[in-house]
Design a protein around this ligand. Sequence first.
Ligand SMILES: CC(C)(COP(=O)(O)OP(=O)(O)OC[C@H]1O[C@@H](n2cnc3c(N)ncnc32)[C@H](O)[C@@H]1OP(=O)(O)O)[C@@H](O)C(=O)NCCC(=O)NCCS
Length: 158
Amino acid sequence: MNQPITIVRLSPDSDHVATVASWTFAEWGHLNPGYAADTWREALRRECGDGGVPSVFVAMEGDQPVGTAALLAEDMDSRRELTPWLASVFVLPEWRGQGIASTLIRRVEQEATDCGVHRFYLFTPDQQALYRRLGWRDHEELSYRGEEVTIMRRQLEA
Ligand SMILES: CC(C)(COP(=O)(O)OP(=O)(O)OC[C@H]1O[C@@H](n2cnc3c(N)ncnc32)[C@H](O)[C@@H]1OP(=O)(O)O)[C@@H](O)C(=O)NCCC(=O)NCCS
C-alpha cells in the first residue's frame, strides 16, 4: 500500500541530490547545453538553501523521492529583473495526476510567503492550466531558448 506523501526540504548533503538532478537534467538539460550532468548536479546542490531563496523541496513516498520543486532567485536570464521564481517542478511519470505537483507548488508558495515575498514568477511552455487552477496569472508570452513559453506570476497574501 502507498504511504502518504510528505514534502521535505532537500539538504545539500542528501543522497537524493543526485536522484533529483538526474530527473531535472533529463527533462531540462537540453535547454542549458553548456552543462554536463555533474555540473548540473553541483548547481542543484548550491540551490539547497536552509530557508527562503534558494530552497529545494522533494515529495517523498516513504524513503523514495517522487517529485521536486524549487524557489530560486533567477530562472530566466533574459528577465533578470523578475525575482524570485518557482522552478524545476517535476513529478515522476508513475506518480502524476494525484496532486503531488500541486502540493509541492503550495509548499514553495508558503516558503515564499514566509520569507516576505509578495509576488513571484515561473515560466512554462505547456502547463499553464495547472498553474492557473492554483491561482497563477499569465504575465508575458515570449520565445525562450527556442520554445514559446508563458511567464506567469503569483500574488501572495502577506
Ligand atoms: C507537470 C507535472 C509537474 C504535473 O505533476 P502532477 O503531480 O501530475 O500534477 P497534479 O497532480 O498536481 O496536477 C495534474 C493533474 O492531476 C489532477 N489532480 C490533482 N489532484 C488529483 C487527485 N488527487 N487525483 C487525481 N487527479 C488529480 C489535476 O487536476 C491536474 O489535472 P490536469 O491533468 O487536467 O492538468 C508533471 O506532469 C511533470 O513532471 N511533467 C514533466 C515536467 C514538467 O512539465 N514540469 C512543469 C514545468 S513548468
